[in-house]
Design a protein around this ligand. Structure first.
Ligand SMILES: C[S@@+](CC[C@H](N)C(=O)[O-])C[C@H]1O[C@@H](n2cnc3c(N)ncnc32)[C@H](O)[C@@H]1O
Length: 243
């Protein structure tokens, strides 16, 4: 889909390169309709729509991530990128129960504003504008990081940068939790409907699940305490890695 001219998208290879406003080109070129345009935010910020896009699996995936994070989140938690729906509200409640701290980073001011409006007054969350592939946050400073459906939207160099930054800022012994698409098996009834749709709307998704997620992890964590869960006949995966 062609972005409207006011978004000044720069066609060409989708890399980490950002235009003057700091927004990476791949977001402007491929995701203006989902995240960048203010009308996109108004359209997509509907839990039922996000659920529909995930074939009715949003709640299950959100709850699996929250359950894996735990009921109480003491210390420092980092959510890398905003998400539509109420995942962050769930994390906030757990952070409050654990008397911890939550930082949420995103590169788009419009997304951070949207999240600010969604959070209950008095929620303990710091909303920070950063690129996930260049976080500018201190080393070993978080107890855990969560990446919910972010990596499939990023071209390979950005994806590698995002994972390397997540592992850099998490403390030794801390965890990185990833929820994202996985490669549907050959027998999956949605495979033949889903793959052509993904190709058009999510051009980097196939690349993400063409290889095992460990392929994109920085060494030495690629082979470290690694747990994986599969959902909806393998269409989605959740991975937890201890640093
Ligand atoms: C987490 S992803 C997809 C979430 C999922 N589709 C949903 O909303 O449920 C969407 C977010 O990632 C952000 N994002 C994408 N690339 C980014 C980057 N390089 N740095 C920071 N945020 C980024 C977008 O601005 C957007 O807010």
């Amino acid at each position: 889909m062609t972005p409207p001219s006011e978004l000044t998208a720069v066609a060409g290879p989708a890399t980490i390169a950002a235009s003057g406003d700091g927004v990476p080109n791949y977001l402007k070129v491929h995701y203006w309709w989902a995240y960048v345009h203010p009308r996109a935010v108004r359209l997509f910020e509907r839990q039922w729509l996000v659920d529909l896009i995930l074939f009715g699996n949003y709640r299950q995936l959100r709850d699996a991530a929250l359950a894996e994070l735990g009921d109480r989140l003491p210390g420092r938690t980092l959510q890398v990128a905003c998400v539509y729906g109420d995942l962050t509200q769930g994390i906030c409640q757990r952070v409050a129960a654990g008397e911890g701290e939550l930082d949420v980073v995103d590169i788009l001011p419009v997304q951070l504003d949207n999240l600010r409006h969604k959070l209950a007054p008095g929620s303990q969350a710091n909303l920070l504008r950063h690129n996930s592939a260049d976080l500018g946050l201190p080393d070993d400073s978080y107890d855990r990081a969560i990446l919910f459906f972010l990596l499939h939207e990023q071209p390979e160099d950005v994806r590698i940068g995002t994972l390397s930054e997540a592992f850099r800022v998490v403390k030794p012994g801390g965890t990185v939790l990833i929820v994202d698409y996985a490669k549907p098996s050959k027998w999956h009834p949605l495979r033949y409907l889903w793959m052509p749709v993904l190709k058009v709307l999510e051009p980097f998704a196939k690349d993400l699940f063409s290889r095992d997620l460990t392929n994109w992890l920085p060494q030495p964590w690629a082979s470290q305490n690694f747990r994986r869960w599969s959902f909806f006949g393998g269409l989605y995966q959740m991975v937890k890695i201890e640093k």
